[in-house]
Design a protein around this ligand. Sequence first.
Ligand code: AMP
Length: 180
Amino acid sequence: MIYDDFYIKSLIKTVEDWPKEGISFRDITPIFSDPKGLRMVADAYIHRYIDSDISHIACIDARGFLIAAIIAYELQKPLILIRKKGKLPGKTISQSYKLEYGEAELEIQEGSVKSGDQVLLFDDLIATGGTLFAAIKLLKSQGASIKEVAAIIDLPDLNGSQLLRESNVPVFSLCAYEGE
Ligand code: AMP
């Protein structure tokens, strides 16, 4: 299925002043209740990465899980979950970070990736990049390299994608909301 930016953007709903005043929340849940939209998004990533030499797919709690699980299944790659504090059992490594609204902490299970692994990292949206930088730190602390960061939405005004690229992390997003 050919990717149609206009169609995907028509599915994404903007909720003003949620979860805090001043935030324009970009809600991707309608993509998941629209079979055509979900297929379009999944196919776009599958076409991009089908011949890539990625060894693992990692994804960030919780909306990042939704797309990444489909891509890992289709590309037959191991899926690594990076979760919010206190959700993963066993030995974990933690990284705290700042959000567009508040502070949080991410964790990964020790030994889930290793030196030489080439990771494709998924999240739903790139805002300031704080979440992705924390996830990247966790993966790199285990010796892995980041092949690319993939998101559905980029908010370029918040500079996260630019900061990632300046740190030599390739970034791919399906659509962007600029100047809104
Ligand atoms: P950041 O760390 O600032 O790049 O924020 C990215 C994370 O926060 C993503 O996991 C998003 O789910 C969430 N997020 C931040 N800003 C928004 C927004 N305006 N709309 C929807 N989700 C957001």
